[in-house]
Design a protein around this ligand. Sequence first.
Ligand SMILES: [Zn+2]
Length: 350
Amino acid sequence: MNAKLVFSLIIITTFFSCGKTQENHINSNKNKTEKMDKITQTEEQWKKQLTPEEYHILREKGTEKPGTGKLLHNKEKGIYVCAGCGNDLFTDEMKFDSHCGWPSFDREIKGDKITKQVDTSHGMIRTEIVCSNCGGHLGHLFDDGITETGQRYCVNSLSLDFIPEVNNEENQSEEIVLGGGCFWCLEAVFLELKGVEDAESGYAGGVIKNPTYKQVSSGVTGHAEVVKVKYNPKQITLREILEVFFTMHDPTTLNKQGADVGTQYRSVVFYTNEKQKKEAENIIEELEENNVFENKIVTEVVPLSNYSKAEDYHQDYYSQNKEQGYCRMVISPKLEKLKKVFTKKLKDLE
Ligand SMILES: [Zn+2]
């Protein structure tokens, strides 16, 4: 059956509440635009989160010894993010060999992710660059670059984390990270599908690394509850994964699924390569053109950042807790619906 037709047939009418604990809903109704607001952590909190070396560079404006940084000679494809908060700052295409002893970039990822300020320390006038999100010191910006931009962002390796691009052509399996409300539900749904090797509940897209469930539930870290779906593209395509995703949650309610309200329940596709980005954007465009949903789709399509696996008790929640009220009320109906709509895509019964 044609995908458009499938979508036209299944307009989702009922959404249930995730209903985990009251705590989920307190203070969690943050506006989406607020989520990249500056992080305000105490120095004590930073000390806990960072290594002493990272703390010295990022929070005390230190400088690592030239020629020593872990990323100085890195030539892999991928994204360079702030080591303090995961803010994406540079890509491999912006890196060049300046022979100055520190990783150098000739431009930055658009979006005012880096703030420039005057630095008069050490008897010099220089342009200091800091992360706009957490205020972490990155390095300095000079206008002696040897590429066509003429710029040299001279950055400490310790101020950066590197996220390598997943080379899906080499690996047989591919992965995509999706947020659509409660992760227990999505995980259970994807595990039913033929070709899905694993579905892992986690958190992504927030401003700190490795948050706890409690932090995510409070809404202040900006993370979404997500599921990392690992699948074999020879058995199920990315397109099919996304069709299931858009069928099993409501992509039209901003920061909300049923009664669950908060940015952690936002509808979001976290991509790790251009192919995933395009596929997600195309499918959203098709759904809009065909007026499959009554309201506008609000699903975000953004690069993956700060992913971490959720606590063990969130993994395989449905299979471990089938008799629990929430599972019977919320997840089971979703699985029933999945069985009706995607019969041929389901794993064979054992
Ligand atoms: Zn930062």
